[in-house]
Unconditional design. Sequence first.
Length: 177
Amino acid sequence: MDGFTACLSNNTVNPIHVSTSWNSNMKASVFKFGVNLWPPLFFTGIKVTHLTPDYKETHVTLKLRWYNRNYVGTQYGGSLMSMTDPWYMLMIMHNLGRDYFVWDKHAEIDYIAPGKTHVHAQFLLTDEILNDIRAKTANGEKYVPEFLVDIKDNNGQLVARVKRRVYIKLKPRARAD
């Protein structure tokens, strides 16, 4: 989902049309509605259940359905990874604005236990993280912070831990050269 945003036309979501342009001022509730209709999430059972208005906290659920179970009947590993894919990138984009390049760069997953129920993940950006990003990219250097995401089942048991790295760089037009 790198680079995805639901396109807006007069602040209404068109879930059919996906564009590489994005609106950093989009209301979180509109974004949440649109992204939950995006086919790679919708058709795998991945859903944003909570998104704060400032895009600093996101909760995502992956429902266990017949079409996303693996051969032994538990959560498919690819879906577990997919449920963590775009969130830090999108949250950072919406908080830093258009003056930054922001891309998912790397991810790895450690499977801890079988996912036998719906699973949940939470993503959190703090002001401290955002200030650190701004400081480390102020002169045009790239910065690749790592974020850890725990995926837990309905009982709170750890199912998987995902490490995600996001590439961030201040665009040349925004630098104080």
